[in-house]
Design a protein around this ligand. Sequence first.
Ligand code: HSE
Length: 450
Amino acid sequence: MRRKSYGQLCTLSGVKAVKKQNIGIGLMGLGVIGGGVARVLTDKAKVLAGQVGCPLILRKVKVLESDLVKPQAKELGLQFFTTDADEFFAEPGVDIVVEAIGGEKPALDYLKRALSGGKHVVTSNKEVIAKHGVELFALAQQYGVGLHYEASVGGGIPLIAPFQYALVANKISGIYAIINGTTNYILTRMAREGIDFPSALGTAQKLGYAEADPRNDVDGIDATYKLAILASLAFHCQVQPQDVHCEGISRLDSRDFKYARELGFAIKLLAIAKQGDNLIEVRVHPVFIPEESLLAKVDGVYNAILVEGDLVGEVLFYGEGAGALPTSSAVVADVVSAAQDVVAGGGSRARWVLEPGKSIKPMAELETRYYLRLNVADRPGVLAQVSKVLGDHLISISSVIQQAVDAVAQAAEIVIMTHPAKEAEMQQALDELGHLASVKEICNFIRVEA
Ligand code: HSE
C-alpha cells in the first residue's frame, strides 16, 4: 500500500491525520456532469474549504479534444487541461480523482489506475459500479483509499450514503423505485395527454430529456444498473445487471393508460428489489400501481425511491435524478467526504458488505397479479376459450372488460385482470393464447404491484 507522507496531526481516535495546505482534485470529463462539478468547485470554493479545513484545488482536467473549445475550458484555464490519460495520472498533488466520463470503457481502466495509484475516487458512473463495484471496492481497500459513488443512482437524491450509514441497522425487505427520469417523463405525458409512445418520446427528445439514441433509458438498462447498485448495498450481496429481469416501456400503448385509469391504476416503470429468506428478487418493468399510492404521484423527470426497513418502516426519497446541478450536488458531497478522509489520514469508512448464501429468485417463480389486453374475434365462446387457457394454468380472473372495437371485422378488445398467479404459468398461458385462432393479438400484459 502506498501512502503519502505529510506532516502529522493527532486525532482523538489515534489515527494519524495529515496536515494539508490544500486537497488536489483531478477531474475526468467536462460534459454535463464534469462541467457542473467544475462549476460548483469554483463557485462554492469557500464553503467547501470550510467543510474540509483547507481549499480544494482543481489541478488537472482530462478531456476530449472537442471539449477544449468549450467556453468553460477557457474560463478554467487551458493550462490545466489535457487530452492524454498518462499526463493526467502523472500530475503530482492529485489526492482525489473525479470520474465523470460515463460508460464502461475506458472509465473502468481509469478508475483502477487511480485507486491503485493511491488516489481517492469519486464517480457518477452507474455502469462501472453496477458491473465492477465489488472489484473496485476491494482495490480501494487494498490501497487504503475511498471509492465514492453517490451520484451513480438518483442524481442529487442521497441514496448511497443512507444505505451505507443511516439505514445500516435495518434489514431491508424492499425497494420500489422510479429511477429513470426520461421514462417517467414519457409515461407522464402518455398518461396525461393520451398520446402514444413515439410522440411522447419525440417530445422528450425535443426538450432534451431523452437522448437521440434513447435505448439505454427506454429499454430499462439505465434503471437496471441503478437497481443492481441499490440491491447490492441494501441486501449485502453482489447483484449484477444481468441478474435483473429487465423490460422497457416501448410496448406500452395509450389504450393501456386508458384502461389503467378506469381500473384505478397508474402505469410506472418501477425498479423493484425484494429480499426474503436469502432469495433476492430484482426486476425492472412497467407495472400497474394503485393510483392513490405515493409512487403513482411522482411525475415528470422526478425520481422517487421507497425503501422498506424492519426498524424504520417505509422511507421515501424524492428529487431530481439527473442534470448538471443535482448530480454535482452528489459528486461534490463525495469529494468533500473524500477530502475529509485525506485530511483524517485514512480510507473511507464505507463498506461493501457481502453476506454468503444469497441467491437471485428466478423470474419464473414470481407471483403477482396481471393485466392482460387481447384483441379477439367477437363471436360466441371466445371468452370461454380464453378463460379455459388461463384456468388450465391456475390463473384466476378477477375482472373482465370487453369492448367491440370493429363491428364490421367482428373484433373485440378484452381486458382481463387476474388474481395472483405464477409468472411461469402466465408465460405458458400467453404462449397458448397466441396459438388460439380466435385471439388476433396479445396486445399487452402488465404486472400489478399493489
Ligand atoms: N438518463 C437518466 C435518466 C439520467 O433519465 O434518469 C442519468 O442516470
